[in-house]
Design a protein around this ligand. Structure first.
Ligand code: NAD
Length: 260
């Protein structure tokens, strides 16, 4: 039997990252689940996926706002499993406010977690992937990596930044059997989106249902939220042999949002 691939998914105790971790485990990978909280529930999440899919799944705590911890996450995973084959940069946070009121600490945290963390994990993973004869890097960007919305200056800047990082890395490792691509989801109803409701309702002076209809899904032509399973299946595809020549680009899973 071929050796199992090792996949690291940052920010994978909830939402899209958790679904990607599950889908890669279902596809036969050993998986590293990550967040910064290190709770019994976090470790339990890893155990549940391992038992369900009969692969090895471990939880590694690393705060993706800290460069050293980003790089240590990759080193610890390689130490445990001997290699890193798949890296999914998923950890992300959001804050919604007009640019003139945008808190400086929120700007710094969003740039660190949503953009700089991917620089650090990629830099640490590429030598391991090269030594291993190849690898796959999938960056979870956003429709906001392609277009903007008001009141999301840091998030839009970070997501546009990760699109540039994706293309640059793809060019640098194209001859090493490593691909680097992005997925650009539209609105997915995860805890990250749930957390936006109070600010969105306040900023737009709307109730929850009106925010869903007139703000979130206003630009999603299907008028439906994307599901975490749809994003996870796209990530698994980008890690499959069929996607070996897909490099330095993105797949939009946004119900047609960015077609306009
Ligand atoms: P979520 O809040 O459900 O999950 C975010 C994950 O990141 C959690 O596991 C959390 O623990 C982790 N995380 C947060 N800060 C961290 C830190 N400092 N260190 C380590 N882990 C940390 O969010 P989600 O909606 O699943 O978002 C996942 C990714 O998808 C993000 O990059 C987000 O920008 C992107 N995205 C989400 C949507 C959406 O509509 N939900 C749309 C487009 C893109």
């Amino acid at each position: 039997m071929a050796a199992r691939k090792t996949a690291i998914v940052t920010g994978s105790t909830s939402g899209i990252g958790l679904a990607i971790a599950e889908a890669l485990a279902a596809d036969g990978c050993n998986v590293v689940v990550n967040s910064f909280s290190d709770t019994a529930q976090d470790h339990g999440t890893a155990e549940t996926i391992a038992t369900k899919h009969k692969v090895e799944v471990i939880y590694i705590k690393a705060d993706m706002s800290k460069p050293d911890e980003c790089r240590a996450l990759i080193a610890k995973a390689a130490e445990r499993f001997g290699s890193v084959d798949i890296l999914v940069n998923n950890a992300g946070i959001q804050h919604v406010a007009p640019v003139e009121d945008f808190p400086i600490d929120k700007w710094d945290a969003i740039i660190a977690i949503n953009l700089s963390s991917a620089f650090h994990t990629i830099a640490a993973a590429i030598p391991l992937m090269k030594a291993n004869g190849g690898g796959r890097i999938v960056n979870i960007a956003s429709a906001h990596g392609l277009v903007a919305s008001p009141f999301k200056s840091a998030y839009v800047a970070a997501k546009h930044g990760i699109m540039g990082l994706t293309k640059t890395v793809a060019l640098e490792v194209a001859r090493d059997s490593i691909t680097c691509n992005a997925i650009c989801p539209g609105y997915v109803l995860t805890p990250l989106v749930e957390a936006q409701f109070p600010d969105q309702m306040k900023t737009h002076k709307m109730d929850r249902e009106t925010v869903i209809r007139d703000v979130m899904l206003a630009r999603q032509p299907t008028k439906e939220f994307v599901t975490v399973e749809q994003i996870a299946a796209t990530a698994v595809f980008l890690c499959s042999p069929a996607a070996a020549q897909i490099n330095g680009t993105h797949i939009s899973v946004d119900g047609g949002w960015t077609a306009e």
